[in-house]
Structure formats: structure tokens, C-alpha cells
Design a protein around this ligand. Structure first.
Ligand code: SAH
Length: 196
């Protein structure tokens, strides 16, 4: 069963590989930790939870917005066919790519830039995950989702947001289901919190 495999991977993956500052020694603590540039590596159990809700499989393509440290990306690369990951901070994506290369992942494509409009070049995707919170759900991401696909994304104001599971059926009908409260950093760009 895929769920057991994902849980097994979760317990095997060394999170300290993704932290290269004074917080490295806290890698085993189940909390987000600073990774520089005012960003954080997500809480491990939340990464596990979001991966399980995304239901990746070896045939699917995944778009990830917010590479950060690359920790969530490793789960996607492990359980999906191809991962397309977008990060707005060039220094972070460079480091993430190095780590994921070092772990042997060759099924990841990296893009530096604002991911609020997705990555049109390789759309549509079977799965989409955002690891930064938008004020409202970016329409373009829903458009870039294949019928039968699913999105896992935090959406809401600063502080606490709803984690949504969004599905698109074969007819293109979209369903948005709020699952739980989460606390993420802001997705910058046109769906960000501080638009004038
Ligand atoms: N799952 C990552 C979480 C990183 S935090 C980890 O565990 O390391 C969220 C990331 O989203 C940050 O690195 C931030 O720079 C990035 N981000 C914020 N807004 C973005 C945008 N509009 N496009 C792409 N990346 C963005």
C-alpha cells in the first residue's frame, strides 16, 4: 500500500540534510525551522500529511510551488513520475537542487520565479501542491490541473489558513474541501497577502 511506503520513507528521510544552519541540530523536532530569507522548512508531520492527501503515484506529474529547502520535493520525487518545482528565492532553489541531486533524484525540473501562475510550459499536471499560503486560490493553478487531478494547498490570511484539497472531476467540475487549519508563510506575488 502506497500509504505505508510513504510513511516508511518519512521515517527514513534524514531532514537534517535539508538544513544547513544553526538549526540543523533541531532537525528531528516536529516543527518548522528557519532556512534563511525569512522562509522555513515545513513541519515534518505536515509534509507527511500533505503528501498522503496528494495521493501521488508513479504515473503522475506534480507541480510544486515553493521548493524551499527541497524537503517536501523529496517526497514528491520519490512517489511521482516527474516533479516540476518553482521557487521565488534563487539561493534557496539552488541549494535544494544540490541536495536533491545528491540524494539521486533525476526526475525533478527546477524553475526560479513567481509560481502564482503555475508553470504553463508543462501543464496540465496530475497533482499540484503549494507550500506557501495564498490569500485566495490561484485560478491559474486550477486551470493547470488535469481532469481527475487533485491540489493540496493552504489558502487564507496571515496567521492561520485552511488546508484545501481541491479535486477536478472528468467533466472539469471543481470541488474545494477545507481539511484543517495550518500556518504557512506567504505565497508572494499577485495572490499574496499584501497586495496594494
Ligand atoms: N516545503 C518547503 C516549504 C518552504 S516555505 C520546505 O519544507 O522547505 C515556502 C517557500 O515558498 C519559500 O521558500 C518561499 O520562498 C516560496 N515562495 C513564496 N512565494 C512563492 C511564489 N509566489 N512562487 C514560488 N515560490 C514561492
Amino acid at each position: 500500500m502506497e500509504e505505508n511506503k510513504i510513511r516508511g520513507f518519512f521515517s527514513r528521510l534524514d531532514r537534517s540534510v535539508f538544513i544547513e544552519n544553526e538549526y540543523k541540530k533541531y532537525a528531528d523536532i516536529d516543527k518548522p525551522l528557519p532556512i534563511g530569507y525569512e522562509q522555513t522548512i515545513s513541519q515534518p508531520t505536515l509534509v507527511l500529511d500533505m503528501t498522503l492527501r496528494l495521493e501521488p503515484d508513479k504515473d503522475c506529474t506534480v507541480l510544486e510551488i515553493g521548493t524551499g529547502s527541497g524537503y517536501q520535493t523529496a517526497f514528491l520525487a520519490e512517489f511521482a513520475h516527474t516533479v516540476y518545482t518553482v521557487e521565488i528565492v534563487p539561493e534557496l532553489i539552488k541549494k535544494a537542487e544540490k541536495r536533491l541531486d545528491g540524494l539521486g533524484y533525476r526526475n525533478i525540473r527546477y524553475k526560479t520565479g513567481d509560481g502564482s501562475d503555475g508553470w504553463p510550459e508543462f501543464a496540465p499536471y496530475d497533482r499540484i501542491i503549494t507550500t506557501a499560503a495564498a490569500g485566495s486560490m490561484p485560478n491559474e493553478l486550477i486551470r493547470q490541473l488535469k481532469p481527475g487531478g487533485r491540489i493540496v494547498a493552504p489558502v487564507g490570511p496571515p496567521g492561520y489558513q485552511d488546508l484545501f484539497v481541491i479535486t477536478k472531476d472528468k467533466n472539469g467540475t471543481v470541488d474545494m474541501d477545507p481539511i484543517e487549519k495550518v500556518a504557512f508563510v506567504e505565497m508572494k506575488g499577485k495572490y499574496g497577502w499584501n497586495r496594494e
